[in-house]
Design a protein around this ligand. Structure first.
Ligand SMILES: CC(C)(COP(=O)(O)OP(=O)(O)OC[C@H]1O[C@@H](n2cnc3c(N)ncnc32)[C@H](O)[C@@H]1OP(=O)(O)O)[C@@H](O)C(=O)NCCC(=O)NCCS
Length: 224
């Protein structure tokens, strides 16, 4: 049975693994390129998962809302199958620009990570966001930083549960929501009423789409 709960720091290692596995064909190819990986593939894979786990923990400590969907197994144990992390207006540090611009410098970075690619990615996201939303960016919105589902567990409604829950929280706080979608996520978001704002942009060779969701102006259920 699938249930959604708030993440704890103890969930970070598993979140790191799901992040690595779900972004393998897209972002991971840009951030962990083959030319830096003149090493055992398994070491690189471990490094990526650990880096993602520590980044997740740091963001949670910074107050980013993080939710997981768990599959309750028959023996009572639980298995995390997907996660979402949101930046909310309350979780913005006063000096967010400084922090965001230097996100690549905050974490311990593994040797297999292309640090220039990470910096470019952070910068590109800022530019795309400003182009889509203006100077204020998503500072007054719920911003979906990352959503990942275990590749073996796709199409069970896990992504949908995570997006729906986040949007319900945003609506309760009278906030709109913003994200930059991968091609795989785009359709799911559009079913909730997210609309593309601004041009698509390429990350490596993968197109990404800035998308905005406007909260229901009347009290009502979040669709999707
Ligand atoms: C995008 C992602 C989160 C979707 O998770 P998921 O749990 O498989 O999605 P759901 O099962 O909740 O799908 C809900 C609906 O979205 C649509 N959808 C989901 N994946 C789709 C796909 N690959 N192609 C077309 N439609 C898709 C479908 O309408 C689906 O409903 P249906 O199965 O009843 O037709 C998952 O594929 C993933 O982790 N991808 C890699 C990482 C990524 O791109 N994350 C998004 C970053 S913005």
């Amino acid at each position: 049975m699938l249930t959604l709960r708030e993440a704890t720091l103890a969930d970070s290692p598993r979140i790191g693994v799901i992040g690595r596995d779900s972004f393998g064909p897209t972002l991971s190819r840009v951030l962990f390129p083959a030319n830096l990986q003149n090493r055992a593939r398994t070491d690189v894979a471990t490094e990526e998962a650990e880096w993602r786990a520590s980044r997740n923990s740091r963001r949670m400590k910074d107050g980013k809302k993080t939710f997981v969907v768990v599959d309750k197994l028959e023996d009572g144990s639980e298995h995390i199958v997907g996660f979402a992390q949101w930046e909310t207006p309350e979780s913005l540090p006063a000096n967010i620009e400084h922090k965001t611009a230097n996100e690549a410098d905050i974490d311990v970075l593994p040797p297999s990570l292309d640090q220039d690619a990470l910096r470019r990615l952070v910068k590109d996201l800022e530019v795309v966001t400003e182009r889509a939303l203006g100077k204020e960016g998503h500072s007054q919105m719920w911003y979906l930083m990352i959503l990942g589902v275990d590749p073996d567990q796709k199409r069970r409604g896990i992504g949908k549960m995570l997006v729906k829950y986040g949007l319900e929280q945003a609506a309760k706080e009278n906030r709109d929501a913003f994200l930059v979608a991968t091609p795989e996520g785009k359709y799911l978001y559009s079913t909730f009423g997210f609309e593309q704002v601004g041009d698509e942009y390429l990350l490596g060779d993968v197109p990404h789409y800035p998308m905005l969701w406007k909260r229901p102006r009347e009290a009502g259920e979040v669709l999707g």
